[in-house]
Ligand binder design. Structure first.
Ligand code: C5P
Length: 322
């Protein structure tokens, strides 16, 4: 797939509904640096989009409204605080058009799970409204608007596998030879606040319970991402498994000690590797192939250590019109 294949050409506003599918993300590597003056942490991360999707439909309307069904319906505010509404308003302001649309979200990606579900929905809103309003913005332009909505939103505009720096919003797609990785996603009961997990990592580092910073002489953050990208190029799941790494894992485990049982159960089920996804509490496990992933998911379900265990593959494209 080519990131810009649908969006580079200016086009007419859509007359009918526009349906956009957007994936969840995991972080194959997440190196967290010091807190910056703006309160965010400097990151070096390798994002990876997986085949667990939300769907957003945009229709013409006289105002901006949002309805939803599925994961988290009834829990998620549908007002101006919602990332989907914020994304639509930001795009309208950028393009100087009225923010008029009726948006409907079908959610499968759980909330506050470390899978960037809210950010994915915001990316979907940008792509859907771009098509509905006939703006014809490039993916790079949409990613610029996305950066103001949240750190993970630009990546979900691109999808695939990508290096993220800055607070995560500076995204460089990784042009890898086609390969597919097989994952098991262990979804937990209840979420974790991203802010709380970052704060817990700062606390653990202050008290010496977590390593202060990953060691790399010139740029302490970049070494780990380089190692992960080199492992990806080898296309061997055992090599990739050994390179997976997440600085937020210690903090997520500290706030949710039961996650250690999930990681243990995945290991016992024969996963090549397992780690907390982003800020958690979702855990992801690497399998050698699709059938292996199915067996691991069955074992995790039988072990009753998580709400549900699902298989997924990656990389997959970012938010796009279907
Ligand atoms: O960018 P986003 O709004 O998704 O971030 C949510 C929260 O996660 C931030 O308010 C901040 O507490 C934390 N965060 C951080 N450093 C980053 C990204 C997120 O501290 N690079």
């Amino acid at each position: 797939w080519r990131p810009d294949e649908e969006l580079d050409r200016p086009r007419l506003a859509a007359s009918g509904p526009v349906k956009v599918r957007v994936p969840a993300k995991i972080n194959l590597h997440l190196g967290v640096g010091p807190v910056r003056p703006d309160g965010y942490h400097e990151l070096s991360t390798v994002y990876h989009a997986i085949s667990l999707y939300d769907e957003l439909t945009a229709r013409r309307g006289d105002t901006l409204t949002l309805t939803m069904e599925g994961e988290g319906a009834g829990e998620l505010a549908l007002d101006e605080s919602n990332l989907v509404i914020r994304a639509a308003r930001a795009l309208a302001a950028h393009a100087k058009v009225p923010a008029h649309a009726r948006l409907h979200l079908r959610k499968q990606i759980p909330l506050a799970a470390g899978l960037a579900g809210g950010s994915a929905d915001a990316a979907a809103a940008l792509v859907a409204c771009d098509a509905l309003w006939g703006l014809g913005l490039s993916r790079d332009e949409l990613a610029t608007v996305a950066a103001d909505i949240g750190s993970d939103v630009p990546f979900l505009v691109y999808g695939g596998t990508a290096l993220g720096t800055g607070r995560g919003e500076a995204v460089s797609p990784v042009l890898a030879r086609p390969s597919s990785w097989h994952w098991v996603v262990a979804i937990a009961d209840g979420g974790l606040s991203t802010t709380d997990v970052y704060r817990e990592l700062d606390r653990l580092r202050d008290t010496g319970e977590a390593a202060r910073l990953p060691g790399h002489a010139s740029n302490p953050l970049l070494g780990g991402a380089d190692r992960l990208l080199a492992a990806l190029r080898q296309r061997d799941p055992a090599v990739l498994g050994a390179a997976l790494d997440n600085d937020l894992q210690a903090a997520a485990l500290s706030l949710r000690p039961g996650l250690a049982d999930v990681l243990k159960a995945g290991h016992a089920a024969g996963a090549l590797a397992g780690l907390v996804s982003g800020s958690g509490p979702t855990c992801v496990f690497l399998a050698t192939d699709g059938p292996h992933a199915t067996r691991i998911a069955e074992d995790l379900t039988a072990a009753e250590v998580c709400r549900s265990a699902r298989t997924a593959h990656g990389p997959v494209p970012g938010a796009r019109v279907i």
